[in-house]
Design a protein around this ligand. Structure first.
Ligand code: URA
Length: 228
């Protein structure tokens, strides 16, 4: 992890203050003064600041049931940020792993572990995400086959990757996709002439949403490890 990040995770310093301390030469790693914020430190390195060896706080991994009309962003905009739901110290150190649109509810993961979130969102991983979709029009019988073959989204050169469609009722379906393109689910249904009226993410990988609307919980070590 970067030295400035390590300082943030082991003290009450903000990122900017941590960078300043490092650049002023007040931080040493394995007895050597380091003045570059991006210097990489490893778990067993001895990082000393103000004469004290620092120990990083453990990373946090959270599932949140995102309400409708909240933003997947750290700041408020047209709607309040979903961070209003996370009432813990230093919530601002967390980042969102795979955003949802303001008008989409459901499972959102948050963490302060950049390597873990990258493991989930990197395209080669093809991490499946399952959405419960409410449609404007009754679903055509051939849509499951089309989604399995891949559809052409507007302004994109590549077909979508194979996606699994399970029909619940004529206007309610479960769609599992392994990509994370912009507004992907809405655009996939637009590509087959339908429209999404309601969207809710139920599952990421093997992790199913199991907290009530607006609430959150920490993931268990096994749930964290399952993504790696
Ligand atoms: N696809 C969408 O269209 N919106 C989301 O929020 C997530 C996936």
């Amino acid at each position: 992890m970067r030295l400035d990040k390590f300082l943030c995770k082991s003290t009450e310093l903000t990122r900017a203050a941590a960078t300043e301390c490092i650049e002023l030469g007040t931080v040493s790693v394995n007895d050597q003064v380091i003045t570059e914020a991006r210097f990489q430190v490893h778990e067993n390195n001895s990082v000393v600041w103000k004469g004290e060896r620092l120990v990083a706080r453990p990373s946090r991994y959270i599932m949140l049931h995102k309400p409708l009309n909240t933003l997947s962003s750290n700041v408020d905009g047209d709607y309040p940020s979903l961070f209003h739901c996370i009432d813990i110290d230093r919530a601002e150190d967390l980042h969102i792993v795979g955003r949802l649109d303001a008008d989409t509810s459901g499972l959102v993961l948050l963490t302060d572990d950049g390597r873990w979130s990258f493991e989930i969102i990197r395209p080669e991983k093809q991490c499946p995400k399952t959405y419960r979709v409410t449609l404007r029009d009754p679903i055509d019988d051939n849509v499951a086959v089309k989604f399995l073959a891949g559809v052409q989204l507007q302004n994109e050169s590549q077909l979508t990757a194979p996606a699994q469609l399970n029909i619940v009722t004529k206007t309610e379906v479960l769609l599992t996709i392994t990509e994370g393109r912009y507004h992907q689910v809405k655009r996939m249904f637009a590509a087959v002439g339908n429209r999404v009226n309601g969207l809710h993410r139920e599952q990421i990988g093997s992790l199913k949403l199991d907290v009530e609307l607006g609430l959150w919980r920490y993931l268990t070590p096994k749930e964290v490890a399952d993504f790696l």
